[in-house]
Design a protein around this ligand. Structure first.
Ligand SMILES: O=C(O)CCC(=O)C(=O)O
Ligand SMILES: [Fe+2]
Ligand SMILES: [Mn+2]
Length: 221
């Protein structure tokens, strides 16, 4: 997909991959809800997908938890990576995290089938620090952020395959995030048809928590 058309970009300030309810929200969250399209080369995308596929294929998609935040998904946590993937994750770390932040050693890998979606939620502050950074593979999708107290304030993030998104600070704590289901998958006027999407999500540890205790953080942050 080539990115949003001129129409969708009309109301935007700055980046063509982020839309917002109003210019004030866009400017306030400018550095806190960031999309970097084309962060991965096609070769890097293929490397990650090829490495994850066998591990994911062993699991079944889950649908039936009526109160769960995520529907039509399978997931894993991964600590050991090939050298090539390790290099990609290091680029993510350098792009998204500060030198004083420690990352969860387990990287969260989420596979959403074409009908899969993620309901609005705020990642638990118990298990996840101030920064969340996610790579998107295979299918484009729209991530929507809505202010938990003032729902009239929102952002839409267009996540194309190969893109990196970063949520930090207020965007991470004061806004819920969700991945829209296919029927609702629009970036402004721009329809974003959903296929299968894999995301690779790095998170910082809650501040003040040491990096030890392997295996402690749960699957769903
Ligand atoms: O798939 C993503 O990029 C986000 C997943 C998510 O919000 C979560 O696991 O908490
Ligand atoms: Fe989340
Ligand atoms: Mn989660």
């Amino acid at each position: 997909m080539a990115g949003p058309g001129r129409l969708a970009m009309r109301a935007l300030s700055g980046c063509g991959w982020v839309r917002g309810s109003d210019p004030a929200v866009l400017s306030r969250l400018r550095d806190e809800a960031v999309v970097r399209p084309g962060f991965l080369s096609q070769a890097e995308e293929d490397t990650l997908t090829r490495e994850l596929e066998p591990q994911l294929r062993r699991r079944r998609y889950e649908y039936d938890h009526w109160d769960a935040a995520i529907h039509g998904f399978r997931e894993t946590e991964k600590s050991r990576w090939s050298d090539a993937s390790q290099a990609i994750l290091q680029r993510v770390q350098a792009a998204a995290f500060g030198p004083d932040q420690t990352l969860l050693s387990l990287v969260h890998v989420l596979d959403l089938e074409p009908r899969g979606y993620i309901k609005p939620h705020v990642d638990s502050v118990k298990f996840c620090g101030s920064t969340i950074a996610g790579l998107s593979l295979l299918s484009p999708s729209v991530m929507k952020l809505v202010h938990t107290q003032k729902p009239e304030q929102w952002l839409e993030l267009l996540l194309e395959p190969g893109s990196l998104y970063i949520l930090r600070g207020s965007a991470r704590y004061d806004f819920s995030h969700e991945i829209l289901r296919d029927e609702e998958s629009f970036f402004g006027e721009h329809r974003v048809p959903r296929g299968r999407r894999i995301s690779v999500i790095c998170r910082s540890l809650p501040e003040g928590v040491g990096p030890g205790r392997p295996g402690e953080p749960p699957l769903a942050c």
